[in-house]
Design a protein around this ligand. Structure first.
Ligand SMILES: Nc1ncnc2c1ncn2[C@@H]1O[C@H](COP(=O)(O)OP(=O)(O)O)[C@@H](O)[C@H]1O
Ligand SMILES: [Mg+2]
Length: 355
């Protein structure tokens, strides 16, 4: 019996995934995907054990680039922006409205700004995770998460510098902000992007557009750079297990529409090996990826991630726990295997269409 090429390709993928157990059975796309989902559990379980020999890639040139913190964000050096958000005196805290978290726009003495979130009762907003997202974005060679660093603020500092418009929210701020015994709340401050607009990719029309850009058999997108950035975001959100991307206000772009920003990464880095269903669903309907990001996935090991996080020297909290790091590494294996299965089916030229 002669099987069509795509069936053969799926057989190979399914066979590889089930380590021989699936040989001889004709798998459909759905079955391969279900196998991938199931496989992710095993991948993560494996990741919690000792890592394979390629655990420290820091002597490779591409990794050195990935670990450097000397990137730039909107034309300014990360180090400059980080130094500011860590140390500039805060002269004003203005509560951001609309979201479910306690989040402020702060103004510094030098006139620059930051987004700042304190430790809070809302367990879905965990400020340290914004720093993890920024560092992981750099490790992957991405440039979409505003530079973020720890920033402790005392009760006095916060309440004596509240913007007049935020005074009506004082009871809520007091009730939900968590201060330590030293009277400080350990928060995270991120560079404030001066002008941003909604990308629309979290709305039905935008999602339809993304689906066309990132599906096999559709014409190659004319807006290749933006299509690549959305594809990168889908991989990033799967790695970080962030289901909050589509809740509104978290997919913004530059006013000229050329750069996508990954906003609000504080509800993420869950230890669940497969990540939330939403992220799996979005990943599994994405069929076009960036070759650079695919290759950069190899950098995501526990030691390299630990090193990337340690670049924030002297952080007052553990930025990610070992279990959260293992979760990222496990999900990295799942993404890698998923893209490999697409390559087996459609060819690298058709899957890794972006640089
Ligand atoms: N770094 C930033 N630069 C510019 N605007 C920001 C930044 N961080 C947050 N914002 C604005 O504040 C809004 C709420 O912030 P976000 O981090 O999404 O908090 P929430 O948890 O309340 O959704 C965002 O939708 C965005 O408009
Ligand atoms: Mg938000």
């Amino acid at each position: 019996m002669r099987l069509p090429g795509y069936v053969m390709a799926e057989l190979i993928v399914a066979g590889a995934l089930t380590a021989g157990g699936g040989a001889g059975v004709v798998y459909g796309v759905r079955h391969v995907r279900a196998t991938l989902a199931a496989h992710s559990v095993a991948a993560t379980a494996a990741s919690s054990g000792p890592l394979p020999a390629r655990d420290d890639l820091s002597n490779l040139p591409d990794l050195r680039v990935g670990l450097e913190s000397s990137g730039t964000f909107l034309g300014m050096s990360d180090e400059l922006l980080l130094a500011r958000v860590r140390t500039q005196p805060i002269v004003r805290f203005k509560l951001n409205h609309g979201g479910s978290s306690i989040s402020f726009r702060v103004e510094f003495a030098d006139g620059s700004r930051a987004a700042w979130k304190p430790t809070q009762t809302n367990s879905q907003t965990v400020p340290r995770k914004e720093i993890a997202a920024y560092r992981l974005n750099r490790l992957l060679g991405l440039n979409a998460v505003p530079p973020a660093a720890p920033r402790a603020v005392s009760r006095d500092e916060l309440f004596s510098h509240l913007h007049p418009d935020s005074l009506e929210s004082l009871p809520r701020i007091k009730a939900e902000t968590i201060f330590g015994s030293n009277g400080e709340t350990l928060g995270t401050a991120s560079y404030w992007i001066p002008v941003i607009k909604d990308s629309g990719f979290d709305k039905p029309d935008g999602q339809k557009q993304v689906q066309a850009w990132l599906s096999q058999g559709e014409p190659l997108p004319e807006q290749a750079s933006m299509a690549r950035q959305v594809s990168d975001l889908i991989v990033f959100d799967f790695l970080t297990s962030n289901p909050d991307r589509y809740s509104g206000g978290n997919m913004k772009m530059s006013p000229d529409g050329t750069q996508l920003f990954y906003m609000d990464n504080t509800m993420s880095f869950f230890v669940d090996p497969e990540g939330p269903a939403k992220n799996r669903e979005v990943l599994l309907r994405t069929q076009r990826f960036s070759r650079g990001l695919y290759e950069a996935l190899d950098r995501v090991t526990a030691p390299t991630l630990e090193r990337a996080l340690a670049q924030e020297a002297g952080a007052p909290y553990e930025i990610l726990t070992p279990a959260e790091i293992a979760g990222v590494v496990g999900r990295r294996l799942v993404v890698h295997q998923y893209i490999d299965s697409l390559i087996a089916q459609f060819g690298a030229r058709n899957v890794l269409v972006f640089p």
